[in-house]
Design a protein around this ligand. Structure first.
Ligand code: UDP
Length: 402
């Protein structure tokens, strides 16, 4: 577990130490929680008043993670409703967060990535003239509609944020190309690597997953994750058919597919891949179980952003099931390949790499281009510096909140 300052010790510390500035950390989905957990723990270690707010945009996926990441929530906005629209989520997060901002008056709001929660949190901060720090700033796919709505969300947050924590130099260059002032951009790495390293040292694999890994010993295990909005419908169905047929024809191959609970994924996954030999449809896994499966994989197929950032640390070959990626560093590192939109190219990639697995075998654990495990320390050090030295008032003359 992460080393942290528990609520109990917090009260003792409050009397012993003059508490520092107040930072409100907002997340709503699984990857945001994974990536912000190391930052939350570091903030607490450094005695910041840290208010943790979950929008619960992905309630079902998030809940098990909070315990394993050792995060306690101060406010749960509880915005999740079945079949709600992006505008529904955005407006609810803004409205509910606003009253917390009014009562808590944080000195900084920290958001991560590119979800609707991220955008709503940044905008709510701007409207109350509270500075916003953006973790994982500067990712760009170059296509406003892919990933959707994430590419627009991240661009808009870059317009709002006062502190931009970029994972890589490339992310920094993306921000500078959009006229974000260079003194506000910091290359810190992505704290997903901090979380991953920590978890790998403390893996608590469930008996069910241990059993599954044992039972498939000697097989080429494929791990699949897919959940992107832009692939819902025919594209997803075709990809699942290609993968199902590929596994069916090869007795030494099996598939692990932790199925995203979104009905657009769940229903089609059951229909196309349900009850087929050597195909294991799993419930979403907690972080330890997921990493254990990743470690055991022969090949990973995924449209996930986080998985692209984790694969280099584990030295696992990854076929990215998308038409573009905002993380070209994974491709440049040699770990990942972009499959492209059509099911034809996925079939070809699978067959070619099965026939000649030179690339798959060549992928080894490498220096992760997304971080070195010390991102949270860097981010908190920068926050500390900025909050200590800058007046926390709007600088209307300079058009900035710092
Ligand atoms: N993950 C997990 N269990 C699962 C699937 C994914 O713990 O069943 C983790 C994975 O290791 C990564 C993150 O969740 O850190 C990725 O989340 P997701 O794919 O939902 O979002 P994205 O990264 O695409 O925004």
């Amino acid at each position: 577990m992460f080393d942290t300052v528990t609520p109990g010790t917090r009260t003792k510390l409050r009397s012993a130490v003059d508490w520092r500035m107040k930072v409100l950390v907002l997340f709503g989905t699984r990857p945001e929680a994974i990536k912000l957990a190391p930052v939350i723990h570091e903030l607490r270690k450094k005695f910041f008043q840290t208010i943790v707010v979950s929008s619960s945009q992905h309630k079902q996926l998030l809940a098990p993670f909070l315990a394993s990441l050792n995060i306690d929530i101060d406010f749960d906005l509880g915005v999740m409703r079945r079949n709600q629209t992006l505008n529904g989520v955005c407006s609810k997060v803004m409205a509910k967060l606003d009253s917390i901002l009014a009562s808590e008056q944080p000195d900084l709001i920290l958001v991560q990535g590119d979800t609707t929660t991220t955008l709503a949190g940044a905008l709510a901060g701007f409207n109350r003239q509270i500075p916003v720090g953006h973790v994982e700033a500067g990712l760009r796919s170059g296509n406003l509609l892919s990933p959707y709505p994430e590419e627009m969300n991240r661009r808009l947050v870059s317009q709002i944020a006062s502190l931009h924590f970029a994972a890589t130099q490339k992310n920094r260059r993306n921000l500078l190309a959009e006229d974000v002032p260079s003194e506000k951009v910091f290359v810190t790495g992505n704290p997903v690597v901090d979380a991953l390293k920590h978890m790998l040292k403390n893996l608590k694999v469930s008996p069910q997953i241990n059993e599954l890994i044992k039972a498939t010993e000697g097989r080429k295990r494929i791990l699949l994750t897919t959940h992107r909005r832009e692939s819902f419908g025919p594209a997803l169905a075709s990809n699942l058919m290609v993968i199902g047929d590929f596994v069916e024809k090869r007795k030494n191959v099996c598939l692990f597919f932790p199925v995203h609970p979104n009905p657009n994924v769940k229903n089609i996954a059951k229909k196309i891949l349900g009850k087929r030999e050597r195909i294991h449809l799993l419930d979403p896994l907690d972080y330890s179980d997921f990493l254990a499966i990743m470690k055991s994989a022969w090949l990973i197929l995924s449209d996930s952003g986080g998985v692209q950032e984790e694969a280099p640390s584990l030295g696992k070959p990854l076929l990215i099931l998308r038409e573009n990626t905002e993380r070209p560093e994974a491709i440049r590192s040699g770990v990942a390949k972009l499959v492209g939109p059509g099911p034809g190219s996925l079939k070809q990639f699978l067959e070619e790499n099965y026939a000649v697995d030179t690339w798959i075998k060549s992928v080894k654990e490498i220096g992760n281009p997304f971080g070195d495990g010390k991102s949270a320390v860097r981010i908190v050090r920068i926050i500390e510096e900025k909050l200590a030295t800058k007046p926390m008032i709007a600088r209307a003359d300079q058009g900035t909140l710092f």
